[in-house]
Design a protein around this ligand. Structure first.
Ligand SMILES: C[S@@+](CC[C@H](N)C(=O)[O-])C[C@H]1O[C@@H](n2cnc3c(N)ncnc32)[C@H](O)[C@@H]1O
Length: 284
């Protein structure tokens, strides 16, 4: 893989030049070739001196017919449709490592509390194509239930990481159907993970609250959130909900770390907070 600055100032990451495994050419053959597909994708970022809010970031991606197409980072439905593209943009180019980092922090907290990871049953909210569940499985949490608002996310998880989730619901937790609520309750969930999915037009406080309500008392809450959403001047509702939960004791924080979630397209670090907490009561 090479990373160069092209004549227009765009950082370009490219594969070996081989077209083998290029999903646009129909060569994608399932999870075993995901790494090859990912390597062969070609992505270019805007000029490094251009600045975008996290809501507006974009890149261009080479298509099978030789054209380049623009993708807004928050158009996850379109990104998930192309195998390997989510991983390519956020992990290979922009250096995201949040799921692995948070699974490690969680495993560390479980070891301190002498809780066996095998006893946990996690609701992975904003599950996307399953990277967090893969990291949970790597630390011994084998029962994960995914929830995402996009059918494309579930399709991508089933396509790229089959068998990882015990169940995967597509729906909006701000208006959860009774059947879905029953389905979640049937999993006897005692952990909630939400990584890289709170705020920014993604998961609102009300959906987080519904997921939280489906976790048993004494269960675990593992989340990442941009530091600004926990600041006193935040208007998203997360600071009020999470900070108030901490203050009231409903959320007993056992690990809290600031870390680099990933780079922005101008190469500046995006700093998030990683929190591992015990649920000790309802959130306001
Ligand atoms: C940046 S991705 C993170 C995916 C995964 N957690 C990871 O770390 O790889 C954000 C995910 O949140 C999902 N999402 C956005 N709004 C949502 C909502 N209201 N309810 C559930 N999922 C949502 C998106 O569809 C997307 O899959």
């Amino acid at each position: 893989m090479t990373q160069t600055v092209n004549g227009h100032g765009a950082v370009t990451t490219s594969g070996s030049g081989s077209t083998e495994g290029d999903p646009g050419r129909g060569a994608y053959r399932g999870p075993e070739s995901l790494a090859d597909v990912r390597r062969a994708l070609r992505v270019a970022l805007p000029e490094p001196n251009s600045k975008f809010s996290q809501d507006d970031e974009w890149c261009v991606v080479a298509q099978a017919d030789g054209t380049w197409r623009e993708y807004r980072f928050h158009d996850y439905d379109q990104i998930f449709r192309m195998p390997g593209l989510y991983e390519k943009i956020f992990y290979d180019v922009l250096g995201c490592d949040s799921p692995r980092f948070m699974a490690g922090l969680f495993a560390d907290a479980l070891a301190d509390a002498r809780v066996d990871a095998a006893d946990l049953r996690a609701l992975d909210l904003g599950a996307g194509n399953g990277i967090m569940a893969e990291e949970l499985a790597a630390v011994g949490i084998a029962h994960s239930v995914g929830v995402d608002i996009l059918p494309e996310a579930r399709e991508a998880a089933e396509r790229d990481r089959p068998g990882l989730y015990a169940d995967y619901l597509v729906g909006d937790l701000t208006a959860i159907e009774a059947d879905d609520s029953k389905r979640l309750a049937g999993h006897h969930l005692n952990a909630l993970t939400v990584v890289a999915a709170l705020g920014f037009g993604d998961i609102p406080p009300a959906a987080f609250g519904t997921a939280y309500d489906h976790i048993a008392d004494g269960g675990w809450v593992v989340l990442t959130i941009k530091d600004a959403f926990l600041a006193s001047e935040d208007t998203s509702g997360f600071a009020a909900m999470i900070s108030a939960g901490m203050a009231s004791g409903a959320l007993e924080v056992v690990r809290r770390e600031r870390f680099r979630h990933r780079l922005a397209t101008d190469a500046t670090p995006l700093v998030y907070e990683g929190i591992v907490a015990r649920k000790r009561g309802p959130l306001a």
